[in-house]
Design a protein around this ligand. Structure first.
Ligand code: FRU
Length: 530
């Protein structure tokens, strides 16, 4: 008896020791969720979403259901470079605080799980629902790597999986694929949503240099409706990760369909970026009269962004999130335990000027809960370079609202030819955000913003054409390694990652060859969400 007890005690002891060792190594690897060292590594974003460890790219399968916003993402847990793609998973009740959940979809013999979407199948059109449980259905691309390596064109097909437990576990459909490859190398990234007009599901698919639309009554059988895009818009690279949805202009009540198409390379400032088309969709065909290219973001680091499905009508917003990186250097950025971050969630709004429609992006309201009390600087005339009082605040988690005016108390002939904001640190590293009225360009310049030697493609100045003759509001979100700039309520957006050696801690405003009025400068520290 005694012997047995001693033996059991020994086993228990060994087990405890083992558990302790495993526990310690896990917390050393990941930090303890909620603990003081959690999410405190160098360049770890404090109010953006990033995976605990491993590699992340595109956002996938976003929908709202049962009080939760779901976010899935292209994920390779075993390395910090791209590899066998899984769908990572997180949920949030407010789009600001995220909870990591176990991996939702694993690669299998049909291949890697590439980008796609997910829907709430309210009417159980798929038949996957059981005992009154509404099925959640994910639609993704299966990328058969063996076939791809063998050079077989049909290696990308579309498959589905469903969940009956609030997205916690997913069952792959036995008869996948639901959409076979017709013999095209690039055939991927299905975005599916319910079309009220034709009472069917519509799949928007990226097919090399164009978009194809498919319809279905049950998410299982798909019929091709039409194609869009050959010879239209930007074609500097392959088309990927599309999205299709309707927006209403709040002032006129006009409704327009928006087609988002990510393109890599071929962005307006190099590498990956997301263009969009404003047009009409009748359940069969997308048409547009748009001639010039339009971009969701002119910065270097907002790619593969799509919008949430099933946002309740009482909310009514169209909510977007993008991958905050660029395929030109994403695998080389100087973070150690994980690579890549998502943008802040944004609301997409339909604007109109004359007969032209455009899409503005604005930060979601929910982010305001992170603000501390504001540091406010009142009106100042700027004709050189002057410091703005930030009361010693480190700017690594902060929000700025700077409003410039080119007409107030300024003679037309003395308006500055270039003015803006400089974020800087004690090592002389600086990020410049500005406007040049004479060349009608907004720009960001990260040529001296911090560490940039990891890729010759990284250091850069980004520009966007923009005309305004009086006001210029810069709304800026700074995290440990990113700066997102919303100009004049999101008329132009520029998202850039940056790797300052030490946090920026000073702000200057400047005006070249003339004057500009800084009407107000507000600064908030933002609380960490991790
Ligand atoms: C876009 C993309 C998608 C593809 C996924 C693979 O960044 O290339 O087209 O589905 O990444 O991870």
């Amino acid at each position: 008896m005694k012997k047995k007890f001693t033996f059991q005690f020994k086993i228990l002891n060994t087990f405890l020791l083992f558990a302790l060792v495993i526990g310690c190594s896990q917390s050393a690897k990941k930090g303890v969720e909620g603990g003081s060292d959690y999410y405190s590594e160098s360049y770890r974003p404090q109010y953006h979403f990033s995976p605990e460890y491993g590699w992340m790219n595109d956002p996938n399968g976003m929908f709202y259901y049962n009080g939760e916003y779901h976010l899935f993402y292209q994920y390779y847990p075993d390395s910090t470079v791209w590899g066998p793609m899984h769908w990572g998973h997180a949920v949030s009740e407010d789009l600001v605080h995220w909870k990591h959940l176990p991996i939702a979809l694993y690669p299998d013999s049909s291949g890697y799980i590439f980008s796609g979407s997910a829907v709430v199948d309210w009417e159980n059109t798929s038949g996957f629902g059981k005992d009154d449980i509404t099925p959640l259905v994910a639609i993704f691309t299966n990328n058969d790597m063996t076939a791809e390596k063998a050079g077989e064109v049909g290696h990308q097909t579309q498959g589905i999986a469903y969940s009956l437990d609030d997205g916690r576990t997913w069952i792959k459909y036995r008869e996948n694929p639901v959409l076979e490859n017709p013999g095209i190398w690039d055939f991927r990234d299905p975005k599916v949503s319910w079309d009220e007009g034709i009472q069917k599901w519509i799949m928007t698919l990226a097919v090399h240099d164009h978009i194809e639309f498919y319809s279905s009554a049950n998410l299982i059988e798909w019929k091709k409706e039409s194609e869009f895009g050959k010879g239209v818009g930007a074609h500097g690279g392959v088309w990927e990760c599309p999205d299709l949805f309707q927006l209403e202009n709040k002032e006129t009540g006009d409704k327009k369909w928006i087609l988002l198409v990510s393109i890599n390379p071929g962005g307006p400032n190099g590498g990956s970026a997301t263009q969009y088309f404003v047009g009409d969709f009748d359940g069969n065909r997308f048409t547009t009269e748009q001639i010039e290219e339009k971009w969701i973001d002119y910065g270097r680091d907002n790619y593969a962004g799509v919008t949430w499905n099933d946002i309740p009508k009482r909310d009514g917003r169209r909510l977007f999130i993008g991958w905050m990186s660029n395929w030109q250097y994403a695998e080389k950025v100087p973070t150690e335990k994980w690579r890549s971050t998502m943008t802040i969630p944004r609301e997409l709004i339909l604007g109109k000027s004359g007969t032209d429609y455009f899409v503005n992006s604005v930060p979601i309201e929910e982010l305001k809960q992170l603000r501390s009390s504001a540091i406010i600087n009142g009106q100042m005339a700027v004709s050189d370079t002057i410091s703005v009082d930030n009361q010693g605040l480190l700017l690594n988690n902060s929000e700025l609202k700077f409003s410039f005016n080119m007409t107030k108390n300024i003679d037309k002939s003395s308006v500055s030819t270039e003015f803006g904001i400089i974020l800087k640190n004690n090592l002389g590293e600086k990020l410049i955000i500005g406007y040049a009225p004479t060349s009608t360009q907004v720009f960001t310049d990260r040529n001296y913003a911090g560490v940039d030697t990891f890729s010759h493609n990284f250091a850069s100045r980004q520009t966007a054409k923009y005309h305004t003759s009086d006001k210029l509001d810069f709304h800026v979100f700074i995290d440990e390694a990113s700066v997102e700039i919303f100009i004049n309520n999101g008329d132009i957006v520029m998202t850039d990652i940056v790797f300052p050696t030490v946090p920026y801690n000073g702000i200057e405003v400047y005006a070249k060859d003339g004057e500009v009025m800084l009407e107000k400068a507000e600064i908030w520290n933002l609380k960490s969400v991790w």
